[in-house]
Each structure stands twice: as C-alpha cells, then as structure tokens.
Design a binder for this molecule. Structure first.
Ligand SMILES: C[S@@+](CC[C@H](N)C(=O)[O-])C[C@H]1O[C@@H](n2cnc3c(N)ncnc32)[C@H](O)[C@@H]1O
Length: 293
C-alpha cells in the first residue's frame, strides 16, 4: 500500500491547513516538519476537551505546549525531550532566559564563529543551551544531528545568518520566561514518563504527540533528522489505548500507522502538507475522540 492509498482510507480534515504566516511563532527552535500548521486543530481540540494539563512527550520545539499555555487553552503543560542538546536548550530557557537573550544579542554569526561554537564542548547548561539554539538556527533545515552542515546560501542569499534574528529570538525567550510557572520541562524518555503521568492524571490530561518517524525515509529533509529517531510505534499506540487517554497525534500516512489506527479503532483525518522542498506529504491527525471529520 502506498502512502496515497493509505491516506485515502481517511476523510480529509474539515479544519483547513492554515497559512503558517498567520500563526504566532512562539518557539525559538526550528524543527524540520514543525507543527505550526496544526495550530487550528490544537485550538479546537483543547477548547472542546478542556484538560487540566497538556503533556507533550516528544517536545522538540514544543510549539503545541507553548501555544496551549500562551493562548490560555490549558492551564499548564509538561514538555518531555530525550535529546541532550534540545533538553539543555529548554532547561536554560527556563532557568536562565535573560542570560541566553544577552548572549543572543551579542553573538556575531559568522561562519568562523559558528564553526568554533560547534567544536567547543559546553561547560554549563547555559552554554550548552545557547550552542543548541545557534546551531539549530543556522544549520541547514535546523538539523542538529552530528555532521549537519551550515546553510551557506541560507534564505535570500544571506548565508548562515539568514535565520538568526536576535531580537525575535530574545522576545520569544522573554515570553517563555513569563509563562515559566505554567510550563514544566522534563529531560528523559517520553515512552517511559508518559505512562507514569497518565497513571496519575488520566483523562484530565491531554496528550499531544509528534513522534519521530523515519519509516517513510527520504521524503522528508534527510533520513536522520533527529539523533533519537527510533521508538516502538506499536507500543505507543497500545499505551494510549490502555490509558484511555485524550490524545491528538500526527504521523506520516504510512501503511504501518494506518494498520495501527484500525487495530485500536482510533479516529483519523488526513491532511496534505507541503514540505520545505514543496513535495506534498500526506499527514494523519489521529485522535481519541471524533473531532475533525
Ligand atoms: C518530530 S520532533 C517534534 C517536533 C515538534 N512537534 C515541533 O513542532 O517542534 C520529535 C522530537 O522527539 C524527540 N524524541 C525522540 N524520541 C524521544 C523519546 N523517546 N522521548 C522523548 N523525546 C523523544 C526528538 O529528539 C525530537 O526532538
């Protein structure tokens, strides 16, 4: 079964894919396949189900947690991330946002400075978090995996600095600090932490999942987008089912995933996204409740 055939099994979402330029960008991190386009679905889901807490077990740039809390759609959010570099960024954003902002304002993103930063071993969590942010903003496609190259051409021929907007980044960090009491960050394995949290919170929690998914291979910008790209997808579906959780997750429309949706009787709608290479990528929005058909 091809991805197109797989997706044809689900109705298209009635919620339109939004022009991402109209959605506030709240994350300082860039993510290949970032979920800004999904924000209207998230707003509707959280408004209808009114959870006490949002859990994002594969946080990355954490667009959904930031949007949920900053738009007052949910009182608090828990973000979980296993990647040490990304985790260092979030820890330093919450603990030392002012220091990060200061460094952002004074950093000159020349090719030489970037190469020096990439090769330096960070001594503190702030240095580590800053290094993550800079490399994420200046490497091609935001990819943090070892060996990723800098965007020499960048956007508009501006080279490595083309995604380095110091004032914008500082103001996003400042907004995150303003909401620090409502956002909690945990470094670790979402597959292990999520069931523990669901045990306690049950359906008072809403779970947003954007799991790493590599089965559809070269369609996305690079096969290994993240250093942690392997999880047990069948185990994840089973966990969500066992806890009768209120969840919304996104996946590439791959036959393996379609089979799991059917096996557990979950709800799913289809959407077609354009990636950065303007390829059309069928995506599934999978939910516990019938929300978008
Ligand atoms: C597809 S990205 C999420 C992107 C995010 N939705 C956004 O819009 O920025 C998946 C993230 O999950 C992280 N990850 C992978 N396996 C994980 C695990 N077992 N536990 C927690 N995080 C994990 C990856 O490091 C990556 O940052």
């Amino acid at each position: 079964m091809t991805a197109q055939a797989a997706i044809a099994r689900f109705p298209p979402s009635r919620v339109p894919v939004v022009n991402v330029a109209t959605v506030p960008q709240r994350s300082p991190l860039r993510y290949p396949g970032g979920k800004t386009w999904l924000v209207p679905h998230i707003r509707e889901w959280l408004t209808k189900t009114a959870p006490d807490v949002l859990i994002e077990p594969f946080a990355g740039g954490a667009i959904v947690s930031l949007t949920g809390v900053m738009e007052d759609l949910v009182p608090s959010a828990v973000m979980i991330e296993i990647d040490r570099d990304v985790a260092a960024f979030w820890r330093s954003a919450f603990e030392s946002g002012a220091t990060l902002s200061e460094w952002i304002r004074t950093f000159d993103p020349t090719y030489e400075n970037l190469a020096e930063l990439a090769g330096r071993i960070p001594r503190t969590v702030e240095e580590h978090g800053f290094r993550t942010l800079v490399l994420n903003r200046t490497r091609r496609g935001g990819i943090l995996a070892p060996g990723a190259s800098f965007s020499r051409q960048g956007e508009n021929g501006k080279g490595v600095a083309s995604r380095w907007y110091p004032e914008t980044l500082a103001s996003r960090l400042s907004a995150i600090s303003d909401y620090a009491d409502s956002l909690m960050f945990m470094e670790g394995d979402g597959m292990k932490i999520l069931p523990v949290l669901l045990e306690g919170w049950g359906r008072r929690a809403a779970v947003f999942l954007d799991p790493p998914y590599t089965a559809s291979g070269g369609k996305r910008a690079g096969n290994r987008l993240y250093q942690h790209s392997e999880i047990d997808h069948a185990a994840l579906f089973r966990m969500l089912d066992e806890h009768d959780s209120n969840f919304l997750m996104t996946y590439d429309a791959a036959p393996e995933i379609v089979a799991l949706v059917k096996q557990y009787g979950f709800e799913a709608v289809s959407l077609t996204m354009k990636n950065t290479h303007h390829n059309r990528i069928p995506e599934l929005v999978i939910t516990s409740e019938p929300l978008f058909a």
